[in-house]
Design a protein around this ligand. Structure first.
Ligand SMILES: [Zn+2]
Length: 571
């Protein structure tokens, strides 16, 4: 007898199905056997740099059919966190779709220092891959490169498989699901789509304004992609520019439009509305200027709808997966910060785009036949110069001459050697062979470096890697560091800056810390198989993938360390 039959028999014999129904016990077996139908399409939406508070701060300006459709009729996780740091875009997208953290999936930052190669590598780069665009394979047959390194991308650095990969394993052959990733950013498309995806597409601005891919997926763009690229939409969005969507008084709870804490586009005198993109285009990377405006999000929706039609998604036997990532929100955050009028406007317009997208899903896939989750890859800090002007103890950190200082102190203590190889992503990378041949145990050397680092102004904690596990059990901040640390690859000593501090310019903001402004993000589920309700208990990004796996009754991605949010699933 097959295992599943034995399990079902055992369940039926003991009357557990009734017990589940009576007691509302979240039981995966109950959930599996009581499912009436599975969705035809899962849409995983990541909104880059969306803080949890945005849902509530901007709520009054949202329509009933965008974010609020999910809030009112779907499942909302109110206390949803990243559960690791560094909280960056690459690791965020990887964590959502692998169900685990950088300590397991290997995406430890956007760019990190590779000890073996002795240089910085990018999370989605792959020198073996070439760009694929409307003009064919980039640089093929000796033709000059068009996309430069923009097309040399693949998920090769991702150590685990993803939701889409497990969907592919669960149903093979003629009924295999379609898995597609789409984003303005390459990493926002590639990491969510996983290793066995049918395609991942990202935006190449400059003089093209096209979505491109790489030879990792195919050697020729599908016709629907070429047609989309030939439609001239990038030019349309450029012409449209960016004006305020709402009357001036609607922005009264934001910072003034013209303030010293916001950065400007190149060639712009003041960071204020309206933005004439045709004028700004030449000085801001050609069509790349769209990436940092609402048009960047609109193009992702347009392209996603084209993908659903072109790939006939949601029509086949197995459930398909569309991973979409909206990056424009992050670019605006980096330039203007979370309290700017630009940020409110960005979300009002994104809400309208989500309404348009969900209405189209009803039309194309059928209401009740699709499931969506919406989350973010990380949050963001308040602009430190802005909060400091209001009296808060926030400031900027720069490692400046820390490397020289460490070299001198280590030479005095353990003898002259080349000790520090790299300082990046708030981590110190020591030269491994130097440490191993030194007249002291590596742990003693690393703890000594940590003790020097905490003397720096703005450094709250410095932790040697051997102390991560023990301190993680008593300190949630160190637990985040521990889960973001990949043994043998990450830094030897990890630094935590004071809350609200960052290494950045004085306008706009960034993210990456283990604190709640960077880890607390929205998590919404809606549609087929989702139970309407609210979860107030702490949930983690690594819980999303096993939740979707449970909804589909397929295995969790192979490195999963999260747990399904059963409250979000129909009983
Ligand atoms: Zn960012």
């Amino acid at each position: 007898m097959e295992l599943i039959s034995i399990l079902l028999l055992a369940v039926l014999n003991t009357g557990d199905i009734d017990k589940c129904a009576e007691a509302h016990v979240p039981n995966p077996i109950c959930a599996t056997v009581s499912h009436k139908s599975e969705p035809a399409l899962i849409v995983g939406i990541t909104i880059d740099q969306m803080r949890a508070d945005f849902l509530h701060r901007f709520e009054d300006h949202f329509s009933d059919r965008g974010f609020k459709r999910l809030i009112n009729d779907g499942h909302v996780c109110l206390n949803h966190h990243y559960g690791y740091s560094p909280t960056f875009t690459g690791p965020g997208h990887a964590a959502i779709f692998t169900g685990t953290t950088p300590s397991v999936n290997g995406i430890i930052a956007n760019d990190w220092y590779d000890r073996e190669l002795k240089k910085t590598v990018y999370c989605a780069s792959d020198p073996e891959a070439s760009g694929v665009g409307n003009d064919g394979i980039d640089g093929m047959d000796g033709t000059p490169l068009i996309y430069n390194t923009a097309g040399q991308m693949s998920p090769q650095r991702l150590l685990c498989n993803t939701i889409g990969d497990e969907m592919k394993l669960a149903t093979m052959g003629a009924n295999a699901p379609k898995v597609i990733g789409i984003s303005m950013k390459d990493r926002g498309a590639i990491l969510p789509a996983g290793h066995s995806a049918d395609g991942a597409y990202w935006f190449y601005g400059k003089d093209k304004g096209h979505f491109i891919s790489s030879t990792y997926y195919f050697r020729m763009l599908p016709e629907w992609v070429k047609d989309f690229n030939n439609s001239g939409l990038a030019e349309e969005y450029c012409k449209e520019g960016w004006t305020k969507a709402l009357p001036d008084e609607a922005y009264s709870n934001c910072a003034p439009d013209n303030n010293p804490f916001e950065g400007s586009f190149n060639g712009e005198v003041r960071p204020t509305f309206p933005y004439n993109l045709k004028n700004l285009k030449a000085a801001n990377g050609g069509y790349d200027v769209i990436k940092a405006t609402p048009g960047g999000n609109s193009m992702v929706v347009d392209f996603a709808l084209a993908a659903i039609d072109g790939e006939e998604m949601g029509k086949g036997g197995a459930c398909d997966l569309l991973a979409m990532s909206f990056s424009a929100t992050d670019y605006v955050g980096h330039r203007c910060g979370p309290h700017s009028q630009e940020m409110l406007d960005m979300y009002v317009r994104l809400d309208r785009e989500l309404e348009r997208f969900f209405n189209k899903l009803d039309e194309k896939i059928g209401e009740g036949n699709w499931t969506v989750f919406v989350t973010s890859d990380h949050g963001a800090a308040a602009v430190p110069s802005q909060s400091s002007a209001m009296g808060m103890p926030t400031d900027y950190w720069n490692h400046g001459n820390l490397q020289d200082r460490l070299e001198v102190e280590l030479d005095i203590r353990f003898g002259p050697r080349d000790w520090v190889e790299n300082i990046s992503n708030n981590a110190i990378y020591l030269n491994r062979s130097t440490v191993l041949s030194a007249p002291a145990a590596p742990a003693i050397i690393r703890r000594f470096v940590a003790s020097l680092c905490v003397e720096e102004k703005g450094v709250l904690m410095a932790v040697a890697e051997e102390d991560l596990a023990s301190r993680a059990s008593v300190d949630p901040i160190i637990e985040n560091l521990y889960r973001g640390h990949l043994q043998g690859k990450s830094g030897d000593i990890l630094l935590v800056l004071n809350p609200g501090w960052m290494k950045y310019g004085r306008t706009g903001t960034t993210h990456g810390s283990p604190f709640p402004y960077d880890t607390h993000v929205p998590c919404l589920f809606y549609g087929n198989g989702i139970e309407q309700g609210v979860s107030t208990k702490r949930t983690y990004t690594r819980d999303i993938a096993p939740t979707i796996s449970s909804l589909l009754s397929i295995p969790y991605p192979n490195g999963t360390t999260g747990s399904p949010i059963f409250d979000a699933l129909s009983k």
